[in-house]
Design a protein around this ligand. Structure first.
Ligand SMILES: Nc1ncnc2c1ncn2[C@@H]1O[C@H](COP(=O)(O)OP(=O)(O)OP(=O)(O)O)[C@@H](O)[C@H]1O
Ligand SMILES: Cc1ncc(COP(=O)(O)O)c(N)n1
Length: 265
């Protein structure tokens, strides 16, 4: 039987931890076939981002056309899009599909991965056609135009963003060192937000957790799970794989997640 096809539209991370490397490894681990559209190229390692190249719009358009005209894409996941043109192209090509948008605005290492104009385009055109979006609290605040000095509770952020149209999961790592659980908040338009908790892992190898989570969520949706179950299973997958790579010492900064490894070596 054919596996479901999931398309990732995102950027590359030369260190292989975040972006398309995380997306395709996650697809492979969860048994879906991964297709990809490269929207941006970054020079990046575990410590930071040193260069960004937005792929020209005609090449992004040609990749989208090639994949969507040929493969039975069951779900699309977007990560770093890199340009206004890419946001517009994805919006046009993917409206009406199962669409998971990870609004990648900033790297864990601190680099800005989206301009103010790209943030506005997310808010105005892409988020309204998404099935579900997966910002962390900082990204959610940025999309709502809030002052970062006055943080809102993630549940309230999730509810606020449903006003743009999609379902929203505001993700969150451990709130304090030593926390036993992490909680993501899922809000559907017009409904009370629900907490989705899973074991917290004490690790510094968390570069790419958001990419991994949103790819897992798209994979479970493509496999036919409902939204809440997909959110819970995606979080459990991230938590489990973080546990496996927590002792790795790859790179000088925040290392990668063990996407496909099954147990601690
Ligand atoms: N240390 C951890 N232990 C367990 N789960 C974690 C940990 N850190 C993050 N997660 C989980 O990973 C998923 C992605 O959340 P996170 O908030 O890290 O995304 P993000 O900040 O967008 O990531 P990124 O900055 O990599 O894009 C969530 O389900 C979150 O609970
Ligand atoms: C190409 C690309 N896409 C996404 C991220 C976000 O991941 P993180 O917040 O873990 O740095 C990244 N750093 N690079």
């Amino acid at each position: 039987m054919n596996p479901p096809v999931v398309l990732a539209v995102a950027g590359t991370d030369s260190g292989g931890a975040a972006g398309l490397a995380a997306d395709l490894a996650t697809f492979s681990a969860l048994g879906v076939h991964g297709a990809m559209v490269v929207a941006a190229v970054t020079a990046q390692d575990t410590t930071g981002v040193t260069a960004i190249h937005a792929v020209p719009a005609d090449v992004v358009a040609a990749q989208l056309e090639a994949v969507l005209a040929d493969l039975p894409v069951a779900a699309v996941k977007t990560g770093m899009l890199g340009s206004l043109e890419a946001v517009a192209l994805v919006t046009r090509a993917c409206a009406g599909r199962v669409l998971v948008v990870d609004p990648v605005l900033r790297a864990t290492s601190g680099a800005d991965l989206a301009t103010d104009a790209v943030v506005a385009a997310y808010r105005d055109v892409l988020l309204p056609v998404a099935t579900v979006i997966t910002p962390n609290a900082a990204e959610a605040g940025g999309l709502l135009g809030l002052d970062s000095d006055d943080p809102m509770h993630p549940a309230a952020l999730a509810t606020g963003l449903t006003g743009l149209g999609p379902a929203v999961v505001v993700t969150g790592g451990p709130e304090v060192a030593g926390a036993e659980t992490c909680t993501d908040w899922l809000a559907l338009p017009g409904a009370e937000p629900v907490a989705i908790s899973h074991p917290a892992v004490a690790t510094t190898n968390d570069h790419g957790t958001g990419c991994t989570y949103s790819s897992a969520l798209a994979s479970y949706l493509a496999l036919g799970e409902d939204l809440k179950t997909s959110c819970a299973r995606a979080a459990a997958y991230v938590s489990n794989q973080l546990d496996i790579s927590k002792t790795w010492t790859l790179g000088r900064g925040r290392g990668p997640v063990a996407h496909t490894h099954k147990e601690i070596a």
